[in-house]
Design a binder for this molecule. Structure first.
Ligand code: TEU
Ligand code: CA
Length: 553
């Protein structure tokens, strides 16, 4: 199959700022990534997704790009990037880069020009509007808090920013904008990169007329996803984007498609009408919320993930993930990072990783890195966290109460430096790290786990090599078992010759799994607990967070 590599790959996501510092300035960089390529290769992963490494003033850690064709100084130079690409390829791996096309930095020359005057030829490259009665043009709230509009004194108009004030949205309705973006994308394709993770792509189309959100609670600003996420007409843009850029290249394309539902998947990733290989959907992560829904609902999780598995069966492809740089650590949210740290990390891993799709691992997930609780807001970096803190303080919420929210939900939970060893600053840097290392690095680190065959890292390695050895984990049909069970997530993968069972207890209690077929311990392929030898059995007793994978036939 032509696209086989994209389907058989295992992805590893790097957040370069926090991965490995090579020169002691406390900031991860491209040479640091190069130093760690053998580690990534040894893990068994073969496609690297690197978060933005372009020139950027770093308001949102590189997701605010000021030059699409240059490298952030903190990270190195274009020569370093070229070397990285070469070194990735020489290890028989692939490199996909993060394309941020919904917005630029306000320091991008396009925006500087656009802001210079109302008559500037690039004025219409961004979304400028007059105020309404001395206020913003509408009541939309930014995803990062506050109004989605920023006032510009010089030209007495507001510009739209769905994300931070330093991330003005590009006006995709303007053909010149699209042409300019396609040029930069083609420039990277010609450089020989292997594909893209396409940032915030479901936000490029805005509701025509930019109407106010309904506001029954009379709030100052209203969450406005309904107006700028997955809007009607977006597929015209997506089709053109594909046709004009990557359609003739053998590259992997993964859209970050918040708001897309399984029943629309055909338009995004379907055989006939799909625009990209796969998408990151967020329905499953949306089930967990630090404030409103702190406990994982396993029955709901099964419903959502199975809907995607079945919805795309034979017609499209899933990107599988449970962590990224925008979400707290999964062992601290869905799992239990205290009593069952190792068990829950590995059970969550087996649960999602062996479904149909291309799995991605986020740096540190493979060693069970956890959330962090820094005492001061000064220890935090994320623009969304800073906004949240400021806005909540303005509302009169107490410091401690805000910190509780941040500890549970902040994106910085997953952005602390990678924990390589128990040396000072976890082997991430010899200098002062740009963000503090999670104090638990003395016990949770790569070095300790490399030596330990029972570690989370060793489990990941075994799981990855199992997936690579057995085609059925890539291509086999997914079928959910025990949909109503409140503790167990179990499913089979069925191919022409093989059938496999993945069974995980995702709870802190013992569980009994009753199957309508039998499995025996001689066909046990993977487990995170010692399993006593057993003859063919249809009833399995599982310890808390126990995970097993059997060959059924
Ligand atoms: O995130 C875009 C985005 O829409 C997320 O806020 C998403 O909706 C959320 O995680 C789902 O719960 C991307 C990047 O991943 C993020 O780091 C950037 O800050 C953002 O775009 C702006 O570029
Ligand atoms: Ca550095």
């Amino acid at each position: 199959m032509e696209k086989a590599w994209r389907r058989e790959a295992v992805g590893y996501q790097i957040y370069p700022r926090s991965f490995q510092d090579s020169n002691g300035d406390g900031i991860g960089d491209l040479q640091g990534v190069i130093e760690r390529l053998d580690y990534i290769k040894d893990l068994g992963t073969d496609v690297i997704w690197i978060c933005p490494m372009y020139k950027s003033p770093n308001d949102d850690n590189g997701y605010d790009i000021s030059d699409y064709q240059d490298i952030m100084e903190d990270f190195g130079t274009m020569e370093d990037f070229d070397q990285l690409l070469e070194e990735v390829h020489s290890r028989d791996m692939k490199l996909i880069i993060d394309l941020v096309l919904n917005h630029t930095s306000d320091e991008h020359p396009w925006f500087v020009e656009s802001a210079s005057s109302k008559d500037d030829p690039k004025r219409d490259w961004y979304i400028w509007r007059d105020g309404k009665g001395g206020k913003e043009p509408n009541n939309w709230e930014s995803i990062f808090g506050g109004s989605a509009w920023k006032y510009d004194e010089k030209t007495d108009q507001y510009f739209l920013h769905v994300f931070s004030t330093k991330q003005p949205d590009l006006n995709w309705e303007n053909e010149e904008v699209r042409d300019a973006l396609y040029d930069t994308v083609n420039w990277w394709l010609d450089k020989g990169i292997d594909g893209f993770r396409i940032d915030a792509i479901s936000h490029i189309k805005k509701r025509p007329g930019l109407p106010d959100m309904p506001n029954p609670k009379k709030k100052k600003y209203v969450s406005s996803f309904d107006m700028h996420m997955n809007q009607k007409g977006i597929h015209t843009f997506l089709q053109e984007f594909k046709d004009r850029t990557y359609s003739n290249y053998d590259v992997m394309t993964v859209g970050e498609a918040n708001g897309v539902k399984a029943d629309e998947a055909e338009l995004w990733v379907g055989k006939e009408n799909g625009k990209m290989d796969m998408i990151f959907q967020f329905e499953h992560l949306g089930l967990w919320d630090a404030e409103t829904n702190p406990d994982l609902d396993i029955v709901e999780l099964k419903k959502v993930l199975s809907r995607w598995q079945k919805g795309l069966e034979g017609n499209g492809w899933n990107a599988l993930f449970i962590e990224n740089h925008d979400k707290p650590r999964v062992v601290s949210t869905w799992g239990d990072d205290k009593e069952y740290w190792k068990e829950s990390s590995t059970a969550m891993a087996a649960m999602y990783f062996l479904m149909q799709g291309t799995p991605f691992i986020y740096q540190g997930q493979e060693i069970g890195m956890t959330n962090v609780q820094f005492p001061s807001i000064e220890d935090y970096d994320d623009v969304a966290v800073k906004n949240l803190y400021r806005l909540k303080r303005e509302e009169g919420v107490k410091h401690q109460d805000i910190m509780e929210i941040i500890w549970a939900s902040s994106r910085d939970n997953s952005r602390t430096p990678m924990q390589w060893s128990d040396e000072e600053n976890s082997g991430f840097t010899t200098g002062t790290p740009w963000m503090k290392v999670n104090p638990n690095y003395k016990t949770i680190n790569v070095k300790a786990q490399e030596k330990d065959e029972h570690s989370i890292l060793s489990f990941y390695k075994r799981m990855i090599s199992l997936k690579k050895e057995e085609d059925v984990f890539t291509y086999g049909i997914y079928d959910l078992l025990l949909p109503e069970d409140e503790q167990i997530y179990a499913y089979t993968r069925t191919g022409e010759k093989d059938k496999m069972l993945v069974v995980t207890n995702l709870s802190t209690e013992d569980a009994v799994c009753e199957l309508d077929f039998k499995v025996s311990s001689e066909n046990l392929l993977l487990s995170n607990h010692a399993v006593e030898a057993h003859t063919p059995e249809s009833v399995l007793s599982l310890k808390p967070y126990e995970a097993r994978v059997y060959r059924v036939k």
